[in-house]
Design a binder for this molecule. Structure first.
Ligand SMILES: [Zn+2]
Ligand SMILES: [Zn+2]
Length: 159
């Protein structure tokens, strides 16, 4: 079980009743035959239909299926729910899910409609094609944004 599974579990356990039933509805919407387990035959069409093309593949299904049973159980689907809800990004080098710290192109980030992100492997190995060269990791970007916000507020108070 990796970090994302743990985060998703923590959210579900501490969620209020409304969020929990949202999670249950999400599960049911994929579990067509109501067997309380989601097979790859249920998973793939659902993901494609809903535009989650980068997750619509066998390796991703296996990643979610920590129990290794070949069918996704409820908590495993909550990991998927969390990944979708939190708008997790994918590496623009290898297409893998960005599970932890990742690197963002600061030029693209400033344009803020299209971001360009890399996992640390692709960033380190320079295995990507991109016109810009300035990258920062997501924590630094968040911190810089906080500082920029504070400065913005201070300027506002002065004027
Ligand atoms: Zn990558
Ligand atoms: Zn860029």
């Amino acid at each position: 079980m990796d970090e994302l599974h743990k985060i998703a579990r923590a959210y579900y356990i501490t969620a209020n009743e409304e969020s929990k039933s949202q999670g249950r509805r999400f599960f049911k919407s994929i579990d067509h035959d109501g067997s309380r387990g989601i097979t790859i035959q249920e998973y793939l069409p659902y993901m494609k239909r809903n535009g989650h093309t980068k997750m619509a593949n066998r390796p991703f299904f296996d990643y979610l299926n920590v129990s290794g049973t070949g069918e996704l159980e409820f908590m495993e689907v909550m990991t998927l729910f969390y990944i979708i809800k939190s708008g997790r990004k994918f590496c623009d080098g290898c297409d893998g899910l960005l599970k932890g710290t990742f690197f963002s192109c600061t030029d693209c980030f400033d344009l803020d409609d299209e971001s360009f992100n890399l996992c640390s492997e692709c960033f380190t190995e320079s295995s990507y094609v991109h016109p810009h060269r300035h990258f920062l990791d997501n924590y630094i970007i968040l911190e810089n944004m906080k500082v920029a916000n504070k400065e913005g507020q201070m300027n506002h108070q002065v004027s």
